[in-house]
Design a protein around this ligand. Structure first.
Ligand SMILES: Cc1ncc(COP(=O)(O)O)c(C=O)c1O
Length: 394
């Protein structure tokens, strides 16, 4: 039997990806959430995970997860709306709502699922959704799924956004959604200006604080640090990054959360997170509530390292957070840079198109609060040497 024709198409597309250095493969990493991960049998300093506060292996999270498993077992066995609920789920939502100073909160199996549900619930065919060009893929997928008209504005360009909002001011229904920290650039949204425009143009404001929670605004996020939290209609966040665990969450007014529980398909039609995850999330949240200082330490270290990298001649964009891009440009050179860092005992992610725009391939450094002075020095030394090595290769 001759092979079906689509195999040839897939083979060709894979070959194209390989030839343009864009083929993604899962790296041979073990213990990838540890400060030192194992790559091809070697221990390397981990600057690639989103475990910004170093909580993924924290004793309090681990024992809370074990306790939850012992009490409730491994799985939740159904959607929350059927039988997938347990008491610590309710505790977590109640404590999260109180932490975020909102009327209610609800959990999702991931941040990705939370963004899908938000868009799928609140946007429809007659809606216009304003979205920063660098918003996370889960937001774009959610908008696509909702059938709404997507109006993208240039990254962090408020004048452009204003023009776009003016042009769409007669739309039946308007929503604006933005990351507060952009995940591949580490820069921050201009939330105050965005909130002003949303008030002026009667537009629902949704923010994605996935990379900010646990770190900015005493762990509550950037909207809190800037004092505009109560002007935001929905606060999306994630337990998968600074909180070191898993799951997405949305907080806001009771009626909006109730609407989301009824309409969000990724919530209604999906099995609830397992008890171990909820136990860990609760422990992580309580840790941040009790001691939000880890985030401040992380941001101090990030500012210092960014200054050093720029002094070495690297382009770190407009980062103001624990995510520092080192923009190299070319897809092949970024892979060389990543490999050179591995030789020096450091693991950083090489990010290439389509995740970032063509010509802006980069190393994405995500710092973590448990780095020591010696670790920071090791990173600085590695980059000082790398600059010269890359110049020699070009
Ligand atoms: C800004 C942003 N929102 C949402 C998500 C999705 O979160 P999760 O990994 O929990 O699905 C990510 C993940 O990288 C993200 O960067």
């Amino acid at each position: 039997m001759t092979p079906k024709s689509f195999y040839r198409r897939i083979e060709g597309e894979l070959a194209d990806l390989e030839n343009s250095s864009l083929l993604r493969t899962i790296p041979e990493v073990d213990c990838g959430a540890d400060k030192e991960l194992v790559f091809q049998g070697r221990k390397l300093l981990n600057l690639a995970s989103n475990d910004y506060l170093g909580l993924a292996n924290d004793d309090q999270l681990t024992s809370a997860a074990v306790k939850a498993v012992e009490q409730y077992g491994c799985g939740s066995a159904a959607s929350r709306l059927v039988t997938g609920n347990f008491r610590i789920y309710d505790d977590l939502e109640r404590e999260l709502a109180s932490f975020k100073e909102q009327e209610d909160s609800m959990l999702f199996t991931s941040g990705y699922a939370a963004n899908l549900a938000i868009m799928d619930s609140f946007a429809g065919r007659r809606s216009v959704v304003f979205s920063d060009k660098l918003n996370h893929a889960s937001i774009l997928d959610g908008i696509r799924m909702s059938g709404a008209r997507q109006v993208r504005y240039r990254h962090n360009d408020i004048a452009h956004l204003k023009k776009r909002m003016e042009a769409a001011k007669d739309a039946e229904d308007r929503i604006l959604i933005t990351d507060t920290i952009f995940s591949m650039d580490g820069d921050l949204a201009y939330l105050e200006e965005i909130a002003d425009l949303c008030d002026f143009y009667d537009t629902m404001l949704v923010i994605d604080e996935a990379h900010a929670e646990g770190i900015f605004g005493s762990g509550k996020g950037i909207a809190y640090e800037r004092g505009i939290a109560q002007r935001v209609d929905l606060h999306m966040g994630a337990f998968s990054k600074g909180f070191g665990s898993l799951g997405g969450a949305v907080s806001g007014r009771k009626d909006l959360i109730s609407y989301l529980r009824n309409k969000g398909r990724s919530f209604v039609f999906s099995t609830a997170l397992p008890p171990a995850v909820i136990g860990a999330n609760l422990a992580a949240l309580r840790l941040v509530v009790e001691d939000p200082s880890r985030g401040d330490k992380l941001l101090r270290m990030s500012r210092e390292l960014k200054g050093h990298l720029e002094a070495c001649g690297f382009d770190c964009g407009q980062s103001e957070s624990q995510i520092i891009p080192v923009i190299i440009g070319d897809n092949e050179t970024v892979l060389i840079a990543r490999d050179r860092l591995i030789e020096k005992g450091i693991y950083a992610a090489a990010i290439r198109p389509p995740t970032v725009p063509e010509g802006t391939a980069r190393l994405r450094l995500s710092l973590r609060a448990d780095l020591t002075e010696a670790d920071l020095q090791k990173i600085k030394d590695a980059f000082a040497g790398l600059k010269v090595e890359l110049e020699e290769c070009v």
